[in-house]
Design a protein around this ligand. Structure first.
Ligand SMILES: CC(C)(COP(=O)(O)OP(=O)(O)OC[C@H]1O[C@@H](n2cnc3c(N)ncnc32)[C@H](O)[C@@H]1OP(=O)(O)O)[C@@H](O)C(=O)NCCC(=O)NCCS
Length: 291
């Protein structure tokens, strides 16, 4: 029997519809200048061209059908064939049926608080007086080292999930430092110079970079991502400070929708203090553990 065509339409007209629609277009746009696409029914897989983090699969923007479990299975097979992580992302409010479909197809789904900045609630820069946040300058001679430091801080930070203080600090960061391949550095520099990527690090005297984060921007929409603090430097307001500095820069540059997805409810509290408010749920899926 032919499937009944599905055309995306928000279930209830409300003031919330506009951000959800803009988020949907943002997620679809971000990978397109560094990836080609492969369609699988209601899903599109972004396959990166060249070096960098692998992308995800997500619902097709122009789909006429809801993604099915068979679509998910086909994408997973293709991701395995290509040596890519089996990663999927979508906004729950835009695709409410996909959560159950993804789980039935063997995926574990993280339901992350999806938060949008209320610019009026962003604390003024003076609220973080003791903290030195540096927005990276693509023309600076230190840019390569700064980006490497941002990545090393993120690697150590994300290796210690949650918000608790821990033992990994600057020494662990230095061990994680990797010199960037030339094409990766070129990509960072080009995107940063074009205002499509903004990176920030927080430095402490005698310790170097201890917190970092970045933002991805498409026109007037931007996502803040990768916020991390070295475990030894946590619970001093640095995660909040780097998030606030990125948000402030984005607003100053004319971005009018700044959002992020928080890894958990406890992490969401950090962003709440910076002026982000929950509007929905970002679903981030990977294979469920076997057994
Ligand atoms: C999430 C993360 C970035 C927070 O970094 P952080 O620098 O510790 O963040 P903050 O210091 O701003 O806030 C953390 C807590 O410290 C508290 N705090 C802030 N300043 C403080 C101070 N001077 N004294 C005591 N506590 C303080 C905050 O109130 C917050 O408390 P809460 O957990 O009760 O809400 C960090 O824990 C991390 O890197 N986690 C792993 C990576 C990750 O998950 N990143 C987020 C992805 S969305």
């Amino acid at each position: 029997m032919a499937r009944i065509p599905y055309v995306y339409a928000p279930p209830v007209a409300s003031v919330r519809d506009e951000p959800f629609d803009r988020l949907e277009r943002f997620y679809d746009a971000v990978p397109r200048d560094g990836a080609h696409t492969e369609d699988f029914g209601g899903l599109v897989l972004f396959v990166r061209d060249g070096a960098g983090w692998p992308f995800y699969a997500r619902p097709r923007l122009d789909a006429t059908e809801q993604p099915s479990a068979a679509d998910v299975t086909a994408v997973r097979q293709r991701q395995r064939d290509l040596g890519l992580p089996e990663a999927f992302e979508w906004v729950h409010e835009n695709h409410p049926d996909l959560l159950a479909v993804a789980r039935s197809a063997g995926l574990a789904v993280l339901e992350a608080p999806l938060m949008v900045l209320d610019p009026a609630a962003l604390p003024p820069p003076g609220d973080f007086p003791t903290t030195s946040v540096r927005i990276l300058d693509p023309q600076a001679p230190t840019f390569a080292a700064d980006v490497a430091a941002r990545r090393a801080v993120a690697a150590v930070g994300f290796a210690a999930p949650g918000t608790e203080v821990g033992t990994a600090g600057p020494a662990a960061r230095d061990t994680a430092l990797v010199e960037l391949p030339v094409d990766s550095l070129d990509e960072e520099r080009t995107r940063t110079a074009a205002g499509r990527r903004i990176s920030a690090v927080v430095e402490m005297p005698g310790q170097g970079p201890v917190a970092s984060g970045m933002a991805l921007r498409v026109a007037e929409v931007a996502e803040i991502a990768g916020i991390a603090t070295l475990p030894t430097a946590r619970r001093r307001g640095l995660g909040a400070a780097v998030t606030a500095a990125l948000a402030r820069r984005l607003l100053d540059d004319g971005t009018n929708l700044v959002f992020l997805s928080a890894g958990s409810e406890e992490i969401a509290r950090v962003y709440l203090r910076v002026g982000f408010r929950r509007i929905g749920t970002a679903c981030i899926a990977e294979p469920a553990p076997v057994g």
